[in-house]
Design a protein around this ligand. Structure first.
Ligand SMILES: Cc1cc2nc3c(=O)[nH]c(=O)nc-3n(C[C@H](O)[C@H](O)[C@H](O)COP(=O)(O)O)c2cc1C
Length: 350
């Protein structure tokens, strides 16, 4: 699997996830075996004008190469200028978001709205390529709604504009994140372009990811909600790729180690961005950012509901340690997975 000059050691990637795929979570997933990761979507306007939030999006681990920054805007010129800034700031690959369904984004003509007309897609990719000189990829949806399933035409337009890969989330904009993703459309796009195709949608388990690759012939699979609270999915996929049996699930101690490591990485990320800030406030902010992850980690476990009830009060790494020990003690069944709970608690929304 290759994008431009970059060869990947595997074909299971962490999808771009707003509010989720920040530096700490990308690091956790890469260490678990994700072959590639993307930043959260970053406003090209924000890149051009500079903002505190933008700094946070561009923060990366020095080992994170190639570094892929996903950008969004409606206008090709703005995308191009934003991409140039992203590259100056270290991006090796620029991905254009043409998939976001959120009203605030689509209302400006960006995200999924940009892909309503293939010709605009081609123009946007051409402009970004010309401006930034690194491989440009796009992420698209099946179409705007059931009546306009244009992903094949959009993928071909992106390729004609010079895109180095196309990722397809097999839902329409109208579906948002509900309903079933159309893997048959991932297959159709794969058949219609020469550049690598990345499939996305309804990849909840490692078995789903393997099945998507097999059934659609896609070159790589984007793991999105399936990785939230479960970065171990990449260990399972690595084992499957090596022809090994499924690895045993993490023990309670291994799980705690990852959760606490994520806490430490989040605090370090925040401290790096705000070295002169009040350390207690920086830590509180990191914990606020981490809250959704902590809720996902505890999803489906017997002690989860009690942990989540108390999670509001988390302010420090020490608080997390205390709460984990309280609700998921070494002795006891708090850590045990309850399959009924796990199925009921799996929704994650943007
Ligand atoms: C919380 C959340 C944030 C997301 N943020 C982005 C984003 O910033 N850029 C993007 O291209 N897709 C984004 N997506 C879409 C995912 O990358 C993925 O395509 C989608 O969730 C379908 O995969 P799944 O059904 O396996 O979760 C987001 C999805 C979720 C749930």
């Amino acid at each position: 699997m290759q994008i431009g000059p970059y060869q990947f050691h595997g074909r299971f990637f962490l999808a771009p996830l707003a509010g989720v795929s920040d530096r700490p979570f990308r690091k956790i997933c890469r260490d678990m075996g994700a072959a590639f990761t993307y930043t959260e979507m970053v406003s090209a306007h924000g890149l051009v004008h500079g903002s505190e939030q933008t700094e946070s999006y561009l923060d990366r681990d020095p080992e994170e190469t190639p570094f892929a920054v996903q950008i969004f805007a409606a206008e090709p010129e703005v995308l191009a200028r934003g991409a140039a800034v992203a590259v100056q700031r270290g991006a090796d690959i620029v991905d254009i978001n043409m998939a976001c369904p959120v009203k605030k984004v689509c209302g400006t003509g960006a995200g999924a709205a940009l892909a309503r007309e293939p010709e605009r897609v081609r123009t946007a990719v051409e402009a970004v390529r010309a401006a930034c000189g690194v491989p440009v990829t796009v992420k698209i949806r099946a179409g705007w709604d059931e009546g306009s399933l244009n992903c094949v035409a959009v993928a071909q337009a992106a390729e004609a504009g010079g895109a180095s890969a196309v990722a397809l989330h097999g839902r329409t904009r109208a579906q948002g994140y509900a309903g079933k993703a159309r893997w048959d459309l991932v297959h159709a796009v794969k058949q219609s372009v020469r550049v690598p195709v990345l499939g996305s949608g309804d990849v909840w388990t490692s078995a789903d990811a393997l099945r998507m690759a097999r059934e659609t012939g896609c070159d790589a699979v984007l793991v999105a909600r399936g990785a939230c609270g479960n970065p171990w999915i990449f260990c399972e996929l690595g084992a499957a790729e090596r022809g090994e049996g499924p690895p045993r699930p993490p023990t309670r101690d291994e799980w705690v180690e990852v959760v606490l490591r994520h806490v430490d990485l989040q605090i370090a990320h925040r401290q790096g961005l705000d070295p002169d800030g009040d350390p207690a406030e920086v830590e509180r902010r990191a914990l606020r950012e981490l809250r959704r992850h902590l809720l996902w980690y505890t999803r489906g476990r017997r002690g989860g509901a009690r942990f989540r009830r108390d999670a509001e009060a988390l302010r420090t790494a020490a608080d997390v340690r205390r709460l984990v020990d309280l609700h998921f003690p070494s002795e006891g069944d708090g850590f045990a997975v309850d399959p009924a709970l796990a199925a009921g608690e799996r929704e994650v929304s943007e």
